[in-house]
Design a protein around this ligand. Sequence first.
Ligand code: S0N
Length: 273
Amino acid sequence: MTSRNWTTIKEYEDIKFDFFEGIAKITINRPEVYNAFRPQTNFDMLDAMDICRERSDIGVVVFTGTGDKAFCSGGDQNVKGVGGYIDKSGVPRLNVLDLHKAIRSLPKPVIAMVNGYAIGGGHVLHVVCDLTIASDNAKFGQTGPKVGSFDAGFGSSYLARQVGQKKAREIWFLCKQYTAKEAEDMGMVNKVVPLEQLEDETVEWCKTIMMRSPMAIRMIKRGLNAELDGQRGLMEFAGDATLMFYLMEEAQEGKHAFLEKRDPDFQKFPKFP
Ligand code: S0N
């Protein structure tokens, strides 16, 4: 594995947040529980995602877990209470759903770099990411119906778009584990590589993506999301269409005319076939 000079963007309690040449890496740092998440983990990740959104020098976001055992083992069963996962002040939460929304909404690609178990909510997390690159030791699977939980949201509907309805039902109904190769064959993993090559491969994918047009990538992500996300997806797609319109002289003519107290001259702009 190539050694890289990742620099820390910000210190958190439950995650590491690093930067290298346009790539932001968010690492769930709870190896003692196989990188299970608790409310604080999701708060940390949401804060990091806000920074990823704001910083224009970040082109791609990578999610992973500390160590070589687990990407993420889902909700931390030690803090599972009645009504959700209990935060420090005793409030039950399911704030991982806010993270799913943030991943879908971020106008930049998010890649799951799966370095071990992606189980339960950890499996959902990789499903929600735009791309998944896995090490050959990775294992995938849902546990919800075995442990008193389920995700009928993206973890089911978007999974079914990836692997098909029959396989999605099998994954949830049987709660079996699948190898990285099986997950790749099903269509929910983009590439499998030996563990020692996982970061190199992921960084290569990031660099290739960052050579492409950021606006084109953004619109493709919006379009692919909109198909599943209903009115919210259309809103984000439409919002970016407005952003592009604002970049055009035609939109600026409207503003200039208002400020100059004259009628706008829209006739000079082409009406494309
Ligand atoms: C990952 C598994 C298969 C690994 O098995 P293995 O190799 O035998 O290791 P273990 O000895 O079991 O584990 C090592 C240590 O890690 C601890 N640990 C593992 N997972 C968790 C966990 N989730 N919470 C707390 N601790 C965990 C073990 O206890 C052990 O510690 P020590 O050494 O001290 O004993 C295996 O560990 C496993 O099956 N883990 C549990 C997987 C699971 O069921 N996760 C929870 C599933 N549910 C959710 O994720 C909730 C979903 C959710 O919140 C949600 C709800 C609505 C909508 C969306 C979501 C969403 O999450 O997306």
